[in-house]
Design a protein around this ligand. Structure first.
Ligand SMILES: NC(=O)c1ccc[n+]([C@@H]2O[C@H](COP(=O)([O-])OP(=O)(O)OC[C@H]3O[C@@H](n4cnc5c(N)ncnc54)[C@H](OP(=O)(O)O)[C@@H]3O)[C@@H](O)[C@H]2O)c1
Length: 257
């Protein structure tokens, strides 16, 4: 008896946090998932645990992204989740190398994956692209200009692509989370784990699976339904930088997510 091949999904940033949780749900839903991140050891663990296929690479490496796309059939789902923040300085003290990393990863990385995979989806006559931006994509905060501008740009790229896909069956979905408990702040402040941990002081942040469930819900809608922008925050966060903390109130206006 021949079995139907599983639909293909590609998830960037799958070695941790939201991308990893999304990979788990996609596997449960029956997708054959190809996962992308730089840490090969993490991808090897995922291969063992979930039966996915790992690709250790930088999302901003254009040749590597194109080679990956050439090696794969058209995915049914692409999740652009790789990303992060570096530093937390005011504009006048901004570190251009931190900006460069954020723009390369958050903006160029998304562009390269969209550019490589969306034409294949169009040719296949179906496909869903989910891009994880942030509430920082529409609410800038002090001391976070590099991250916020890169997320605004990533969001503009996503909205432009949606507009350009009009008339095709390709769905373009943007997911904008508030504070999520992941490695994000530890990567952002590698020299200050206390500062990273303090972001969660006294509040109940989103967990990666909370965001993954929203992504899974959006993907599993019928083809004529596009949840075009999903904003998902902890109940303890009323706006970007406006948080309710039961103890300490260490970062009432902390840096954006
Ligand atoms: N946590 C939050 O509060 C929050 C809120 C709103 C939005 N977000 C967004 O959610 C997305 C996922 O973040 P997260 O919270 O899950 O953080 P995370 O746990 O730090 O995960 C980030 C993922 O991105 C990958 N990555 C980073 N740079 C990469 C690069 N240049 N090439 C390939 N992979 C790269 C990392 O893998 P490697 O290090 O192995 O490469 C990791 O898998 C990001 O776009 C972030 O901006 C996070």
């Amino acid at each position: 008896m021949t079995s139907t091949p599983r639909p293909l999904a590609v998830v960037t940033g799958a070695s941790s946090g939201i991308g990893r949780a999304t990979t788990e749900l996609l596997c449960k839903s029956g997708y054959a998932v190809h996962v992308v991140a730089r840490r090969a050891d993490r991808l090897a663990e995922l291969e063992d645990q979930l039966g996915v296929t790992g690709h250790a690479m930088d999302v901003a490496d254009s040749a590597a992204v194109d080679a990956l796309a050439s090696a794969l059939d058209a995915p049914a789902v692409l999740v652009n989740c790789a990303g992060g923040a570096r530093g937390g300085d005011p504009v006048v003290d901004a570190d251009p190398s931190a900006w460069e990393w954020m723009w390369q990863t958050n903006v160029l990385g998304t562009l390269l994956f969209d550019r490589a995979f969306v034409p294949k989806m169009k040719q296949a006559g179906r496909g869903t692209v989910v891009t994880v931006t942030s509430v920082a994509a529409f609410e800038p905060l002090p001391n976070s200009s590099g991250y916020s501008t890169s997320k605004h740009a990533q969001s503009a790229l996503t909205q432009t692509l949606r507009s350009e896909m009009l008339g095709s069956p390709i769905r373009i979905i943007e997911v904008c989370p508030g504070i999520v408990r992941t490695e994000f702040f530890h990567q952002r402040y590698p020299d200050s784990p206390e500062r990273a941990d303090a972001m969660y002081d006294g509040l109940a942040p989103l967990e990666p699976m909370d965001v993954a469930r929203a992504i899974d819900f959006a993907i599993s809608q019928p083809p004529h339904v596009t949840l075009d922008r999903i904003v998902i925050r902890p109940t303890d966060q009323a706006g970007h930088g406006r948080t309710h903390r039961r103890t300490g109130n260490a970062h009432p206006e902390g840096p954006p997510q």
